[in-house]
Each structure stands twice: as structure tokens, then as C-alpha cells.
Design a protein around this ligand. Structure first.
Ligand code: UT7
Length: 331
């Protein structure tokens, strides 16, 4: 019972926006953004669809895994920025890949999406002998949900995709997932207004105020509350996942945290009693790309030879929901 990683891939859009670029559109500075977040630049989509970025990452992961798309049994797409209400991103990507033997599922687990996807992949592989190879694609076009007049959120996010092919293996991955739905109103973005052919505009306006701080189609975030949640939830989830694996976070060879804010990452590392040299950080170059952060980090770690076969890697995410999750995997 268990899984192993066969191949990984990533895609970041060509367009890079620096902190300096933001000083031209909002009242901010490179100094503020760098000091408070650790971000220097981020890649942003120029109208590239979420599925297109996901497909590019998936194609690269499949190539690295040295398998044929027809050998994929299941596709899990994690995203909070799907292109369509329907069909699923997983079905679109299945069709474009020609992965005709796979079924697909989208999951919306915000920035913890990849951890949830990996957990789900293992559960399918462990319980269904027909499922051997699972493709997880985490693709995000978060910037389309961001208000570029709101300096407190617009500087934080980027776009991109990461993908991983996992297969049946000998080492069990250990996960710990959780949520606090009372925090749903702290970080959200609407999809579509609930209007139809019989909608009374005045009634609809009242009904649309279901959450206290409606911002139309744009992201609403109580940054400080999310920050406080993150610095508790990340160490808690990582410790719980490690406990199941019979380890402590400091025993891991490497930790890949969700890349939301360098101060969150450093505080969580301290609380886990883990040296920062074991914690992978690329936030300076990507910003927060939601669920794509962790698989992009994983791809870069493997490409740079910073992790090797047999290493124990902990991945931990948190985000809108409020949601959290950690997983310990042997690469
Ligand atoms: O994937 C999960 C998604 N979200 C997160 O992880 C976000 C978690 N939260 C955070 O990372 C931080 O709370 C932020 C980076 C969002 C904000 O940092 P902060 O240190 O909590 O700043 P703050 O909200 O307390 O604001 C401090 C000041 C305020 O000015 P005043 O009221 O003190 O005059 C803000 O208006 O900084 C101001 N400010 C800015 N100044 C320059 C907020 N954004 C900016 C900005 N440039 N971009």
C-alpha cells in the first residue's frame, strides 16, 4: 500500500510583473512588499486559460514520468480559478491529452488543493486495483479574481500550474486534513450572480449580501485573520501528519509550505522546530499561486537535485475555507 512519484512538471506564464511595476498602479513600494511578504516578482497570465496552463504542466509531467497518456487511470485537477462552471477542468484536460482511459475529478480546496489531491490519489490507488497511475494537475489563474486597485491583495498573487504523476508504490504517504468553515467569510471570491429569467433585481440585491463584505466578483480577504490562522494551522497539520508517519517535522529531509508570505513560512518553521534551510521557498519569484505553489516547488526541487529518491518530504498548505492540510511522502 502506498504511492510514488513518477514525474513532475510545471508551467509559469511568460509575463513577469515586478514590485516596481505595482508602484505604477497602486500606492505601494518594493520595500513594503518585500519586507511584509517576501515577494519580488510573479508570473501572470495574459488571458491564458487555467486549463491551458494545466495542460502544459501535465504534458511535461507525463513526459518526465515516461508514460503514455493512455496509461493514466485518473485525473485530479485542483483549482480555485476554473475556466468554466462546467465541464470540469479534469475532463477538458483529459480530452486535450488524449488520456482516454482516465476519468476526472476537480477539487476546490484552495491553496491546500495539491495536498488534498495527493491524499485522494493515494486513497484511490490503495482501494481500487484498476487505478495505477493518477495525474494531479494544480492550475491557477488567481489574478483574474483580484482587484488591481486593492493594494492589500493585488501584490500577493501570481498564476501558473504544477502537475505530478503518481503511481502505486511501496511507501505510504501520511496526511492530515482539516477545515474551519466559520472562516469562510474571511477569504472568498464570487463565481456567478444567482440570477435567472425571473429575478427581481431588488430582492436579488438583498439576497446577494449573504456574506458581510461583498466585493462583487473580486477577492475579499481579511489578511491579518488569515495570517493568524496560517501560523497555527500549518505547524499543527504538519505535526499531525508527521505523527502518523512516526516522525517529527525536524526529521523530514525537506518541507514544502504553501507560498503565501515569507513571514508565515518562517513563523511556521520556528513553531515546528525546523531550520529554514530545510524549508523550500520560491515565493520571491512566483508570489502566491494558490494550489499550484506546492507542485511547482516540488518540480523545482527535483530539477535542482535538492531532493533525491528516498527522501521524506512534508508538504503543507492552508487557505480559503478556511482549510488546511499536510502530507508526508517518500519521494
Ligand atoms: O493563500 C492564502 C492567501 N492569503 C494569505 O496568505 C494572506 C495572509 N496575510 C498576509 O500575508 C498579510 O496579512 C498581508 C501581506 C496581506 C498584509 O500584511 P500585514 O503586515 O498584515 O499588513 P496590514 O494588513 O496590517 O497593513 C499594515 C499597513 C496598513 O496601513 P496602515 O493602516 O497601517 O496605514 C495597510 O494599508 O500596510 C498597508 N498596506 C500596504 N502598504 C503598502 C497594505 N498593503 C500594502 C501595500 N503596500 N501593498
Amino acid at each position: 500500500m502506498g504511492i510514488k512519484i513518477l514525474g513532475t512538471g510545471m508551467y509559469l506564464p511568460e509575463k513577469v510583473v515586478t514590485n516596481e511595476d505595482f508602484t505604477k498602479i497602486v500606492d505601494t513600494s518594493d520595500e513594503w512588499i518585500t519586507k511584509r511578504t517576501g515577494i519580488k516578482r510573479r508570473h501572470i497570465s495574459q488571458g491564458e486559460y487555467t486549463w491551458v496552463m494545466g495542460l502544459k504542466a501535465a504534458t511535461s509531467a507525463i513526459k518526465n514520468a515516461k508514460i503514455n497518456p493512455l496509461e493514466i487511470d485518473m485525473i485530479i485537477v485542483t483549482t480555485i480559478s476554473a475556466d468554466f462552471a462546467y465541464p470540469s477542468m479534469a475532463n477538458v484536460i483529459q480530452g486535450k491529452l488524449g488520456a482516454n482511459n482516465a476519468f476526472g475529478i476537480d477539487i476546490c480546496c484552495a491553496c491546500a488543493g495539491f495536498v488534498y489531491g495527493l491524499d485522494m490519489a493515494q486513497r484511490y490507488i490503495n482501494t481500487d486495483s484498476d487505478i495505477n497511475n493518477v495525474l494531479i494537475v494544480s492550475s491557477e489563474n488567481v489574478t483574474k479574481t483580484v482587484d488591481y486597485t486593492d493594494r492589500s491583495t493585488c501584490v500577493l498573487f501570481g498564476d501558473g500550474a504544477g502537475a505530478v504523476v503518481v503511481t502505486r508504490g511501496e511507501n505510504q504517504a501520511y496526511s492530515y486534513l482539516g477545515a474551519d468553515g466559520t472562516g469562510a467569510e474571511l477569504l472568498y471570491a464570487h463565481l456567478y450572480p444567482a440570477n435567472n429569467g425571473f429575478t427581481d433585481e431588488n430582492v436579488a440585491l438583498e439576497n446577494s449580501k449573504a456574506f458581510p463584505n461583498e466585493t462583487g466578483r473580486y477577492m475579499y480577504m481579511e489578511g491579518q485573520d488569515v495570517y493568524k490562522f496560517a501560523i497555527s494551522a500549518m505547524p499543527y497539520a504538519m505535526e499531525k501528519a508527521c505523527e502518523k508517519a512516526g516522525l517529527k517535522p525536524k526529521d523530514l529531509d525537506c518541507i514544502i509550505p504553501h507560498q503565501a508570505n515569507i513571514r508565515i513560512i518562517e513563523t511556521a518553521a520556528k513553531r515546528m522546530n525546523v531550520d529554514m534551510d530545510k524549508v523550500f521557498v520560491n515565493i520571491q519569484d512566483t508570489g502566491n499561486i494558490s494550489s499550484a505553489c506546492i507542485p511547482v516547488c516540488l518540480t523545482q526541487l527535483l530539477e535542482q537535485g535538492k531532493i533525491k529518491s528516498g527522501d521524506k518530504v512534508g508538504m503543507v498548505g492552508f487557505g480559503s475555507g478556511l482549510i488546511y492540510g499536510a502530507i508526508v511522502i517518500t519521494v
